[in-house]
Design a protein around this ligand. Structure first.
Ligand code: AMP
Length: 227
């Protein structure tokens, strides 16, 4: 049973790589950013509260995030493994995840990308205004969502230069310490995320295969849902 977390700064490719891996290993990709954006579009109280924070480039509270992830991981499709994209983002969230997993093996992948490349990617990135998903790799400049036909727009938190900069600062302050939290573990790998997405995907797959025994990483047989 393969359980993976993908760490890295905003626009480092976590979502793209998590989708790829989820399809390949037939396990669900769980993106906390997607869950929050959907809740924001649905207008739930938590969604609206989160949207205000996200639009300013701030993090949503650890308590809210832990509740969301606890509920999501309890669902049937996550019982055969999962890929978490965007969680944990603080050391407190990582500590709670460790408690939830209670010693079950966890693969930790860090995607390292320099700031100038992150800024460039945030400027280019588009998200669907209808289904809230990121553009498929290679279709970043298309105006129409390849999945649902919705209009592709710049993410609210990508469009403003100050918010972009602030998110990088928040990453360095709140999320970068996760690298020290996880680095000493045998199942931690840092990958050069500035390479072409296909190259990152193949290095990521190879890293997992090298770290995790075949019996543990075998596909579960349960079709993965990408959410
Ligand atoms: P992402 O789509 O992963 O870039 O996340 C977009 C935004 O959602 C972040 O900038 C945060 O405001 C919020 N968010 C997503 N995941 C978390 C988390 N684990 N902890 C706190 N805030 C989060």
């Amino acid at each position: 049973m393969l359980k993976v977390i993908v760490l890295g700064p905003p626009a480092s490719g976590k979502g793209t790589q998590a989708v790829h891996l989820a399809l390949a290993r037939e396990i669900p990709k769980i993106s906390t950013g997607d869950i929050l954006r959907e809740a924001g579009q649905a207008g739930t109280p938590l969604g609206l509260k989160a949207k205000a924070l996200m639009d300013r480039g701030e993090l949503v509270s650890d308590d809210d995030m832990v509740n969301i992830v606890r509920e999501r991981l309890a669902r049937e499709d996550a019982q055969h493994g999962f890929i978490l994209d965007g969680f944990p983002r603080t050391v407190a969230q990582a500590q709670t995840l460790d408690t939830m997993l209670d010693g079950q093996p966890l693969v930790i992948i860090d995607l390292a990308v320099p700031d100038h490349e992150l800024i460039h990617r945030m400027e280019e990135r588009r998200v669907c205004s209808k289904c809230a998903r990121n553009a498929e790799p290679g279709s970043a400049l298309s105006d129409t969502c390849a999945r649902c036909g919705g209009t592709m727009v710049t993410r609210a938190d990508d469009g403003d230069v100050n918010v972009r900069q602030h998110r990088l600062e928040v990453y360095k302050r709140e999320s970068k310490p996760l690298l020290d939290y996880y680095r000493a573990r045998a199942t931690f790998r840092s990958i050069n995320g500035a390479q072409a997405p296909e190259k990152v995907a193949s290095e990521l797959a190879a890293a997992i295969d090298a770290m995790v025994p075949a019996g543990v990483r075998a596909a579960s047989g349960t079709p993965g849902r990408l959410r």
